[in-house]
Design a protein around this ligand. Structure first.
Ligand code: ADP
Ligand code: MG
Length: 690
């Protein structure tokens, strides 16, 4: 069996190479078969220089026209070749030998392969592979695609190819077991496993090379589907385990009605629906696993408070975790306002409590005196001992890793019961992505904003208009509105980042001494940050200059103008989050996205989406298309989303299909599910891409 056939049985595999292969997560021959090409090089046809597209990898032939050396910090060898039509391509070498340079004499014919770039003097290729062509020596073009594998340092493509060759020969003798149901393969018209593997590792000239290159060949699709099915099945198993666990059944609460009656507003229909879903779950003796998605400002906090009341009234504790201190503080204020009149004691924990205060809060938590505990990830600390934790609320989930979510869950384990979990996020996640990233959770969506909210009016302006925008902001503030000015990260340095914000704040105070300007950035201590935020909240400041620390959750309804600098550098989801800080009150809000010209076509298109819609879901769909899942979920979230062949950006259309078949398999064929898991999730490795 190839799943047991160890790699050192292959020719040319010594201890050193074995180590490299292990580093790639390859242990047995079967692993090698599922180590699929990352991409393909196409050396089957020549491209004329005039038809070469910047960014594509092509094979080009031309006659050497000139060669020269550039001097400077890095000397380089430039070889100019010319097509028969008279178009030029420059080959650029940074590393070269004198002898090598001598070979490039005028008039010789070169065949080169590499990525076409646009250089200072037209098209160029940096370090192409090349060969000299002559009448006597004119090798035929390749007849099929060349696979390029993910690899690691010290293990070249050539060595990998040799191993693949041997693995494929073994595959002929010992075909792998087909794990996908015949009905699925028939319905989707996909090939069987073994022939798919042959096609992908050794594409034949008669195969559809174009589709293989674009990863849309049926052979690829069947592996993508199989991998996605295996991932979905894994999530469903996780869910089943969770559903078998016990949790305290929390009866419906009368006190929640008291809060509802005291609120100055009525819940929207969407809030009511989501609240009902939560209340129903909480009353069951198994842990709720629910994700509430609701656009910024849709009113998730009050829903969390109502759930907290239900747990507290049943005699259980509730932990509410927020990703930043600003946000935790804001929740603390809201919960105190809502819960204290109902005699529900609230405790809090953050990183900057004084020792005595912290001891006091910890004692309140341990004794069970405190019912609702609000904090940042300080809630994880060993010193924190909960007393009958019945519900965990995690706000702005995308800021936490899956592991942190699970850790808090485990912390609340009490003999054999687990707390209920309510996870909230303002990042609208496209449905297919949610199925993958949060497939172990039930999803509730608050798809309605409180009445009276006016869509934010957004303008996209060049940075050349910066001083006009500043002036406009000043005039608006003088009329009584409050504004944010956001300076996003430009350099990967917190210091420079903070400085950019400081410079802007100073520009404002220098120009308009009567403007009350506040500044928050990541380098401020928590206490200072809280002071500034409170001053802004109380309208003791007109303008808040900030870095992206204000991205999540901050709620100051009187602020109705936001300027975001260098908007072109931010993900759309993040821009949407930032923009959501305004438009929270009755005023018509405005947002100005400043960009640094020149702006690329896609750059322009992206910012225009922001201008054209306030719909977080549409924005998220676009972001998924343009930037991929990492941007939407945050890098921490994507940890568990590494695939060998599937790509959530490219293949998301398969996810519903995969989920459907995974459900069938989990219900009907545990053995197959186990084999799929072993095949695809056996060991996950970070590839250093070739
Ligand atoms: P988010 O979903 O972004 O966390 P919040 O919970 O901070 O939103 O709510 C934003 C604001 O809207 C808060 O001031 C909150 O009290 C208010 N709010 C919540 N629900 C309603 C509603 N149904 N009608 C009017 N205002 C509401
Ligand atoms: Mg919120």
């Amino acid at each position: 069996m190839l799943s047991e056939h160890s790699l050192d049985n292959l020719k040319g595999v010594g201890p050193k190479q074995l180590e490299k292969l292990h580093k790639l997560g390859l242990f047995v021959v079967q692993d090698l078969l599922f180590h699929l090409p990352l991409r393909y090089q196409d050396k089957t046809k020549l491209t004329a220089i005039e038809n070469a597209v910047v960014g594509s990898e092509v094979l080009i032939e031309g006659e050497i026209f000139s060669q020269s050396l550039t001097r400077g910090r890095r000397s380089s060898l430039l070889v100019k070749i010319q097509s028969t039509q008279g178009h030029f391509l420059t080959l650029r070498f940074f590393h070269f030998h004198y002898r090598q340079a001598q070979q490039f004499t005028r008039g010789k014919i070169l065949r080169v392969f590499g990525e076409v770039r646009s250089g200072p003097n037209g098209l160029e290729m940096v370090h192409p592979s090349y060969q000299f062509i002559s009448v006597e020596d004119n090798p035929a073009l390749e007849t099929t695609l060349t696979p390029i594998y993910p690899t690691t340092e010290g293990l070249g493509q050539a060595s990998l190819l040799k191993l693949m060759q041997q693995a494929m020969n073994l595959l002929k003798q010992y075909p792998l077991k087909e794990l996908l149901p015949t009905a699925l393969l028939d319905e989707l018209q996909l090939p069987d496993l073994n022939s798919a593997l042959f096609t992908l590792h050794q594409p034949q000239p008669e195969d559809d090379l174009r589709n293989i290159k674009q990863f849309s060949h049926p052979a690829q699709q069947r592996l993508i589907v199989e991998e996605l099915i295996s991932q979905q099945a894994g999530l469903q198993l996780l869910r089943q385990t969770e559903q078998k666990r016990l949790a305290p059944a929390l009866a419906h609460s009368q006190t929640a009605n008291a809060l509802l009656a005291s609120l100055p507003f009525a819940l929207t229909h969407a809030q009511q629906r989501v609240l009902q879903e939560i209340q129903y779950d909480l009353a069951l003796p198994h842990p709720m696993q629910r994700l509430v998605q609701g656009d910024v400002g849709s009113g998730k906090t009050v829903i969390a408070a109502l759930a907290a009341i239900q747990a507290a009234e049943a005699g259980f504790q509730v932990a509410v975790m927020a990703p930043t201190e600003i946000l935790a503080e804001q929740h603390l204020n809201a919960f105190l306002e809502w819960l204290e009149p109902l005699q529900i004691p609230v405790a809090w924990l953050n990183g900057r409590l004084k020792a005595a205060e912290k001891r006091f809060q910890l004692a309140q938590i341990a004794s069970g005196e405190a019912k609702v505990i609000i904090g940042t990830h300080a809630l994880f600390q060993d010193a924190v001992v909960f007393n009958r934790l019945g519900l965990v609320v995690i706000d702005e989930q995308h800021r936490f890793g899956v592991h942190q979510r699970l850790a808090l869950h485990e912390k609340g384990q009490n003999q054999d019961t687990h707390p209920h979990q309510l996870v909230m996020t303002a990042t609208p996640i496209p449905r297919t992505l949610a199925m993958t990233a949060y497939g172990d959770l039930d999803i509730s969506i608050i798809d309605e904003l409180p009445p009276g909210r006016k869509p934010i009016d957004t303008a996209v302006l060049s940075n050349e208009k910066r001083s006009e925008v500043m002036e406009h902001l000043y005039l608006k503030c003088k009329q009584g509105i409050q504004a944010y000015w956001v300076c996003p990260l430009i350099e990967e340095s917190e210091l420079l980042h903070a400085q950019a914000a400081e410079v802007t704040a100073t520009q404002f105070s220098d120009n308009w001494p009567d403007l009350r300007v506040g500044l928050v950035h990541g380098r401020l201590k928590g206490e200072q940050k809280a002071l500034v935020m409170n001053a802004f909240k109380n309208h003791e400041l007109d303008l808040l200059v900030a870095t992206t620390v204000i991205e999540v959750g901050v709620n100051v309804p009187n602020s109705s103008l936001m300027i975001i600098e260098n908007a072109e550098r931010l993900g759309l989801a993040q821009l949407h989050q930032l923009r959501g800080r305004v438009g929270r009150g009755d005023l018509q809000s405005h947002c100005v996205l400043l960009y640094q010209p020149p702006l690329s076509e896609t750059g322009k298109a992206r910012l225009n989406i922001m201008r054209d819609t306030n719909d977080g879901f549409r924005i998220a769909e676009e972001d998924l298309k343009i930037r991929g899942p990492g941007e939407i979920l945050g890098t921490k979230q994507t940890g568990g989303l590494q695939f060998r062949i599937a790509d959530l950006k490219r293949d998301s259309q398969w996810i519903p299909t995969a989920q459907y078949w995974a459900k069938n398999l989990v219900a009907q064929d545990a053995k197959i599910v186990e084999l799929l898991q072993a095949r695809w999730v056996g060991h996950k490795i970070d590839y250093q891409h070739a």
